[in-house]
Design a protein around this ligand. Structure first.
Ligand code: UT7
Length: 316
């Protein structure tokens, strides 16, 4: 199988800034508790006129521009999300229309919660191998503020809205991203009701149990990706972790002795943006010149489902 590489990245960031101090006015919490337990200081929420669709379009446009690729060259479009504006049409179908992507390509949403973007990269690699067009658009976009239970201080302080996108290219001879991924069905630990619900569609989570799962899943994924690729920690230029809790990232960094210049945290600004978190990191790293042509990244995601995944991906 021919592999994919990232050609360009972009992001869509909503306008409304919400600080921990703002949340102190809403629930019994404190800036000190939130910052020390999670690393979060602010998050962005969708305001008037903003939605998964508008954020996804902004991110995708920026990624296309960064890649220097026209919409007519895209061979498939995947939006990873658990909070699409409508179940049907999917966010990806709305993006097809908004960006004027070709009509003869697959455009669909993918829900693997916070691991969605990595599931999307793997799926895109498979799709592009069977497509005459060699570029694909993978977006992670969320409007989680819509799903917040403001009576649950254990979860309402965690989540934020946003979108990130990557244009990927598939070429003969390029190595596969060799993704590893999995899931085990668990409805209780992290739950968002769907069509069956009679009440509100709110996020509920048993945080401590999910935390325990995450601190085991992250090193497991790192080890599996390195093993599958015959690589060592030193062969990786940059580690990109899902931004769910700064403490989860810090534990992984300590375990693998990753130097500060080789990993990144933006959870302080965005909170947990689920499927958008990894592409948001990619887009900021790219803008800051920390990654670029030739960079080899190891990305790890984990979250609701429960799902987990990792891959080794290069910049074209
Ligand atoms: O992206 C998908 C994957 N998600 C994750 O990986 C999230 C993983 N989980 C976590 O990040 C953490 O479990 C949380 C940040 C959600 C919670 O941190 P924790 O250290 O597990 O706290 P806890 O739920 O065990 O609560 C500790 C205490 C409790 O008080 P008592 O019972 O000890 O008196 C809570 O009631 O902190 C209290 N608490 C709060 N206090 C102030 C819970 N939420 C808050 C709050 N402000 N917002």
């Amino acid at each position: 199988m021919n592999g994919i590489k990232i050609r360009g990245t972009g992001r869509g960031v909503p306008g409304k800034l919400v600080t921990n101090r703002d949340l102190e006015q809403v629930v019994d919490t404190s800036d000190e508790w939130i910052a020390s337990r999670t690393g979060i200081r602010t998050r962005r929420f969708c305001g008037e006129g903003e939605s998964v669709s508008t954020l996804a379009a902004a991110a995708a446009r920026a990624a296309l521009e960064d890649a220097g690729i026209g919409p007519e060259e895209i061979g498939a479009c995947i939006v990873a999300t658990l909070s699409a504006d409508t179940l049907v049409p999917s966010a990806a179908c709305l993006l097809q229309r908004e960006l004027n992507l070709p009509q003869d390509i697959p455009c669909f949403d993918l829900n693997a919660a916070c691991t969605g973007f990595l599931f999307g990269l793997h799926t895109m690699e498979c799709l592009l191998n069977a497509s005459p067009r060699k570029y694909g658009l993978v977006v992670g976009a969320e409007n989680l503020s819509r799903l917040i239970n403001w009576e649950d201080r254990g979860t309402c302080i965690l989540f934020g809205d946003g979108a990130g996108a990557a244009v990927v290219e598939c070429r003969e001879g390029w190595p596969s991203i060799s993704a590893i991924m999995g899931c085990h069905g668990s409805s209780g630990l992290l739950h968002v009701p769907g069509a069956e619900t009679e009440g509100h569609s709110w996020i509920s989570m048993e945080g401590t149990k999910v935390f325990k799962f995450a601190v085991e899943a992250v090193p497991w994924c790192v080890d599996q990706v390195l093993k599958k690729n015959g690589r060592a920690v030193e062969d990786v230029d940059f580690f990109v972790f899902h931004q769910a809790n700064a403490r989860i990232i810090d534990l992984a960094v300590r375990k693998y002795r990753i130097p500060p210049e080789k990993y990144y945290k933006n959870i302080a600004e965005y909170g947990n943006t689920s499927a958008a978190s990894i592409p948001l990191v990619l887009s900021e790293l790219r803008e800051q010149g920390k990654i670029g042509p030739g960079s080899r990244l190891l990305a790890v995601g984990f979250g609701g489902g429960l799902t987990w995944g990792g891959c080794l991906i290069e910049f074209a």
